[in-house]
Design a protein around this ligand. Structure first.
Ligand code: CP
Length: 314
């Protein structure tokens, strides 16, 4: 069985709930020796702060060793080595490969050629399933449920792979999505088709004001992804379309939480960090526990193994 994580769409409701339970156990006791003797490779062909460091922390806190690179310019890819050969080589050294790549479909391809599990840490504008697991964990922790929520996705819905993955994962939980994006960065049609196929409710808005935000349980802000634009004039035109400022929260629900995969540029004003609605830094912190669960799952370490674990430190 291929235990790779390429897309969150492969996971059932039960599997998502199971991984949330495992993440909860890791949040209670993150320091263990469960992965003693294992080697985790992190291959990052695109820049990252949170995803790479939280995967590496997850592995280190469970007793694994970590190898890898954060910059492909220091690898033999610069000499012409193919992705396939790189993956085959690293499979000789590591028990699992966490990979971020700029090409959509790269993780799927790697999972088909690698003898070890691949965890997709983001492939182009396509999917970011480990981010989605930490998003789901964050939503569950703050709302007490994943069911029947009003989730607003704001900003770059075209290139934002985190929102694409989130839609797919939420199909089990009867959400209502609200899409707010400039014309140039609308949710791609195939994700809207996905919503239709899976009976996911969605509404598209142009307004972004206190009245609209008053309906939200989750306000998921995203950065306009400069690196995906071929025309920087177009980037300049749309980058400030939807900025979250304090007056927009005047009618917010008490339970409203603002999420953001980060990094932030200017789409959430700093004063909002001090409000009880801001949750993006805790969200990034939850990434450690969600990724501990994902690494264990890919290595066939079960929730039962985690519950019976006697290697807890501290
Ligand atoms: N959320 C996220 O993927 O952040 P990084 O690009 O810093 O990994």
């Amino acid at each position: 069985m291929n235990r790779s994580l390429v897309t969150i769409a492969d996971h059932t409701r039960e599997k998502i709930e199971y991984l949330i339970q495992m993440a909860t156990e890791f949040e209670r006791h993150p320091n263990r020796r469960l992965l003693e003797g294992k080697v985790v490779a992190t291959l990052f062909f695109e820049p990252s702060t949170r995803t790479r460091l939280s995967f590496e922390t997850a592995a280190n806190r469970l007793g694994a060793r970590v190898i890898g690179f954060a910059d492909p310019k220091v690898t033999s890819g610069t000499k012409g080595e193919t992705l396939k050969d790189t993956i085959m080589m690293v499979s000789n050294y590591a028990d699992i490969i966490v990979m971020r790549h700029y090409l959509e479909g790269a993780a799927r391809y790697a999972s088909e050629v690698a003898p070890v599990p691949i965890v997709n840490a983001g492939d182009g504008a396509n999917q970011h399933p480990s981010q989605t697991m930490l998003d789901l964990y964050s939503i569950y922790k703050t709302q007490g449920t994943l069911d029947n929520l009003n989730i607003f996705l704001v900003g770059d819905l075209k290139y934002g792979r985190t929102v694409h993955s989130l839609i797919m994962a939420m199909r089990h939980f009867n959400p209502t999505f609200h899409f707010i994006a400039p014309d140039e960065l609308q949710m791609p049609q195939h994700y809207k088709d996905y919503c239709h196929e899976h009976s996911i409710n969605y509404v598209e808005h142009k307004e972004f004001d206190a009245d609209i935000i008053s309906q939200a349980d989750i306000l998921y802000m995203t950065r306009v992804q400069r690196e995906r634009f071929t025309d920087l004039i177009e980037y300049e035109r749309v980058k400030d379309s939807y900025l979250l400022k304090m007056p927009l929260l005047a009618k917010a629900r008490k339970n409203l939480k603002i999420l953001h995969p980060l990094p932030r540029v200017n789409e959430i004003e700093y004063a909002i960090d001090e409000t009880p609605h801001a949750y993006y830094f805790q969200q990034a912190g939850n990434g450690l526990f969600a990724r501990q669960a994902l690494i264990c799952d890919a290595l066939d370490i079960t929730l039962e193994d985690v519950l019976k674990d006697t290697t807890i430190i501290g």
